[in-house]
Write a protein that binds this ligand. Structure first.
Ligand code: ADP
Ligand code: GLC
Length: 481
């Protein structure tokens, strides 16, 4: 049985800020079904301590020396459906309100990565592969090679590094390299960890891992270009023969309209017509919209950041609200976007609602009760939301980028194929025309619209297919001399 350790900064069912947590909560379980020994390690944040620590088993406390900082980590574990989750506790670093965005993030995640590597010796568990995710874990391959150069058990470990979002790179001053990671500044001077005037965890992950992957084939090509490369395109091009693009799936047990207890009415492929209508009515009541279940309801569940293409909506909001639709937004993020949506709610009372914040239960009801799910991202490594929307028979309206392009097939009104609507350019006009087309289809071509709902609900959005590709990649890593 192959052994793999996933190292990540968030993961369900313990902690989530975005799609990374969905992946870390579902891919390990799918790999476990393929007879792999998969374990996961996460930081023990305040929210996890408050909600879950009682149910964890304490393993041990051990010393961690990272650069100039000599401290300790306490390790906990919990078995979730056969997958062991480990938690690294350090109250000073992790027991805070949020997950990221602190002045000492460099030190916090330097500690986490060193503690993970030390944990292996403490447990006498040396996985064949360490699979690290995003910038928070980008230094693991390099640290493993540099700090444990004389230890054969560590040197045998292969490294896979997955980029979930190239826009977040973990770029810090050189002092983080020397003082927090205990790595010589020669790696800055020779360029391998240097990024402009500082260092980059993401760049180190790209250069030191044995294989790199990202979360959709289209994004894996896009990031080699100036437009999407976030100034890492040349580094990535250097490793392009080792770069894989593997599309995300979702946890189809967690997201299942026929079993979802959070819905006012459960529904399946056979009963979606009445089921979705009942959920729409309940959602309109819950959020104070005018209760007209025949009106097209458009929803959005999103981090409110530039990435998500929200300015395309805001530029055309008056025209969009001129269509016969209602609009729900659930999300939080940049202040100016939140302000614009608050204003929208005020201006279009009982037709538009903005729920400012993070609310998983409401998210389920929005995925179920809406007709169209809006996701006009400027870039989207994969996207989990459009997959959930399809599973709930809510048609995604997306910009053709990254994983959105790979997972949503645009409607063809001549043969009723497709699972949603899409447009190509970063143009608010095109977004508006596509939404108008969706509206026309909803009101005037219900055969076409319903055919799409059925196509979307039948789509395989599980991790099954992608699991096979991960296995292929792992095999290749292990057989490479
Ligand atoms: P990203 O990871 O870039 O934010 P994804 O589409 O991959 O985008 O994943 C977003 C995940 O976070 C989805 O599961 C979505 O339902 C969830 N989500 C985003 N914002 C909220 C929110 N405000 N409340 C509840 N869930 C949210
Ligand atoms: C990132 C990306 C998103 C992707 C998720 C999980 O947050 O923005 O597109 O689905 O990671 O891979």
């Amino acid at each position: 049985m192959k052994s793999i350790l996933f190292v990540a900064s968030e993961g369900l069912p313990f902690i989530k800020s975005g799609g990374l947590a969905d992946v870390i909560g579902s891919l390990p379980y799918s790999l476990k079904q393929k007879n792999m020994d998969v374990r996961v390690v996460l930081p023990l944040y305040l929210k996890i301590a408050l909600n879950h620590r009682e149910s964890f088993k304490k393993v041990k406390t051990f010393p961690v020396l990272t650069g100039q900082i000599n401290t300790v980590a306490t390790l906990y574990e919990k078995d979730v459906q056969g997958v062991i989750y480990y938690f690294i506790e350090h109250q000073g670093y992790f027991e805070r309100e949020g997950l990221y965005g602190y002045y000492d993030d460099g030190a916090r995640f330097a500690f986490f990565q060193k503690a993970v590597l030390e944990m292996l010796r403490e447990l006498q568990f040396y996985p064949e592969i360490i699979h690290s995710h995003d910038w928070h874990t980008g230094m693991i391959p390099a640290m493993c090679k540099i700090h444990y150069a004389n230890d054969k058990k560590y040197q045998k470990i292969k490294h896979v590094y997955t980029i979930h979002n190239l826009a977040y790179q973990g770029n810090f001053p050189v002092s983080v390299l020397t003082d927090c990671l205990g790595i010589s500044d020669s790696f800055y001077h020779d360029g391998s960890m240097r990024f402009y005037q500082g260092i980059s965890f993401m760049k180190a992950g790209i250069l030191f891992a044995d294989k790199i992957s990202t979360v959709s084939p289209t994004y894996s090509h896009e990031i080699l270009t100036k437009e999407y490369g976030e100034n890492m395109d040349e580094v990535l091009s250097y490793r392009k023969d080792d770069l894989w693009g593997i599309t995300n799936g979702i946890d189809t047990k967690l997201w299942d309209p026929s079993k979802d207890k959070l819905l006012s009415k459960k529904y399946s492929l056979k009963s979606y017509a009445s089921g979705k209508k009942a959920n729409k009515k309940a959602l309109q009541e819950e959020l104070g919209l005018r209760v007209t279940p025949d009106t097209m309801l458009v929803g959005m569940v999103s981090r409110l950041t530039n990435q998500k293409g929200i300015h395309l909506i805001l530029e055309k909001l008056a025209d969009i609200m001129g269509l016969d639709l209602q609009f729900i937004v659930l999300g939080s993020g940049e202040g100016h976007i939140e302000d614009a949506f608050k204003h929208m709610e005020y201006k279009y009372k009982r037709r538009a609602v903005f729920y400012c914040g993070y609310n998983e239960e409401l998210a389920h009801r929005i995925y179920a009760g809406c007709d169209v799910f809006l996701m006009p991202s400027l870039f989207e490594p994969c996207g989990i939301s459009q997959l959930i929307a399809m599973r709930y028979g809510t048609l995604p309206l997306v910009r053709e980028t990254g994983g959105l392009k790979d997972t949503v097939t645009p409607f063809n009104q001549y043969d009723n194929t497709g699972t949603g609507f899409s447009f190509a350019s970063k143009s608010s006009d095109d977004l508006y025309y596509t939404l108008r087309y969706a509206c026309d289809t909803y009101y005037l071509n219900s055969i076409g619209f319903n055919a799409m709902i059925e196509n979307a609900m039948k789509e395989d959005v599980s991790f099954e297919k992608s699991c096979k590709l991960y296995l292929e990649m792992y095999n290749m890593v292990l057989t490479k001399k």
